[in-house]
Design a protein around this ligand. Structure first.
Ligand code: CP3
Length: 351
């Protein structure tokens, strides 16, 4: 067995409110197009081919771990894959497109949840394989890494299943919800049950923590957020209970901090337009905070990345645990060495 410097990964210690020597760091979308080794495999197998192969999904999850040494791995998959469990077919080019989208309330009535475990076995097998790879990293100076599972929030999933890019910012989903209140409630309920099951299966397979991406929650007013997004997120986190710590990411978090705090998430992941002070003034130390580096800073130069990263660290919350991360996913074309500079600065390493 490899000798680890710490029994528990630093990310988990932070999520459990234990003191740590430094904040843990990982990056949303840390696997993907900015890595040449990812592009090679995607060219050969296609995006869905990567997601559907546990071996390839494991390899891609591990690529940023080997190259950049963040404190956590995030399962390689996509928030749209569980749509298959509702009989919806999704293509990626590179963004998701549903072949048979939801257009009417009758489309919602015809949806049925197929068993998550037997519909997406490759996801849970990937989690098991990544777990093994992480345990085998080893070496006396290697800190253990956490494995993060994830899903999209019901509202954000609905945005992709209903709106086909006809409207800017997924307004088609809000329009559908206003015109079809009972169908939209039924759909969001279905998605909440499906997502709870999906995340619990990831946890059973070995995920140490789970993150819910509510990428399009920010298009809603706080009142609409309380109607269309928050209750379903609360239900998912209730179902997960105390199994593992939970993280909620909202793009456009600044206006929804109160609602995010009520979600029951262990940790709130904020974007770069939301300051730490603003977040803490609402959470009052009740939630761990994650974020909030602007992903465009990573386009360099290195000196400014180092300066901005140090500034972020200085202003990071002291009232609660803090996880260093971006305010949204890493952008394609981000220079890999700049990502390395960000992570090394956070870890206090020389480079
Ligand atoms: O973080 C990771 O490294 C794990 C992998 C991951 C992917 N998608 C792989 C992916 C995660 C966590 C996601 C989540 C996801 N997918 C979200 C929520 C997070 C966010 O960024 O807001 C959303 C909204 C999606 C939907 C989606 N999938 C979009 C909009 C796109 C296309 C454009 C883009 O942002 O990359 C995808 C495709 C996708 N998912 C790619 C990857 C690596 C690119 C596929 C390619 O290589 O062409």
């Amino acid at each position: 067995m490899p000798a680890f410097t710490n029994a528990e990964p630093i990310l988990l210690r932070t999520l459990r409110n234990q003191p740590t020597e430094r904040p843990p760091v990982w990056l949303m979308r840390q696997a993907g197009r900015y890595l040449a080794e990812y592009r090679l495999l995607k060219e050969k197998h296609g995006f869905l081919g990567l997601c559907r192969s546990p071996e390839l999904a494991t390899e891609i999850t591990m690529q940023p771990i080997r190259r950049l040494n963040p404190d956590a791995a995030i399962l390689f998959s996509d928030i749209l894959l569980p749509a298959e469990c509702l009989g919806l077919r999704v293509e990626f080019n590179p963004g998701p497109k549903v072949i048979n989208p939801i257009r009417t309330s009758a489309d919602v009535s015809s949806l049925r949840i197929r068993d998550v475990k037997s519909s997406l076995p490759f996801v849970f097998e990937a989690v098991r394989q990544i777990r093994r790879e992480l345990e085998n990293l080893g070496g006396p100076s290697v800190e253990r890494k956490a494995l993060i599972g994830f899903a999209g929030s019901p509202w954000t999933m609905a945005c992709y299943l209903i709106d086909q890019g006809i409207y800017k910012h997924f307004s088609g989903t809000s329009i559908f919800a206003r015109n079809n209140p009972s169908a939209s409630t039924a759909l969001l309920n279905l998605l909440a049950d499906l997502t709870s099951d999906y995340l619990i299966q990831q946890i059973d397979a070995g995920a140490d923590a789970v993150q819910l991406f509510d990428t399009w929650g920010g298009i809603l007013s706080p009142a609409d957020y309380r109607q269309y997004s928050l209750p379903y997120i609360q239900r998912i986190f209730e179902q997960i209970g105390s199994r593992v710590p939970t993280v909620l990411y909202v793009n456009g978090s600044g206006l929804l901090l109160e609602e995010m705090t009520e979600s029951g998430a262990t940790c709130l992941s904020i974007d770069w337009r939301t300051s730490f002070q603003q977040a803490v003034s609402v959470t009052k130390g009740r939630s761990v905070i994650q974020g909030n580096f602007d992903p465009t800073h990573l386009f360099g130069p290195i000196e400014s990345i180092v300066r901005e990263t140090r500034e972020m660290l200085q202003s990071a919350p002291k009232e609660s645990g803090y996880i260093a991360n971006l305010g949204h996913g890493i952008l394609p074309g981000t220079p890999v060495e700049n990502v390395g500079a960000f992570i090394r600065t956070l870890k206090g390493e020389e480079f």
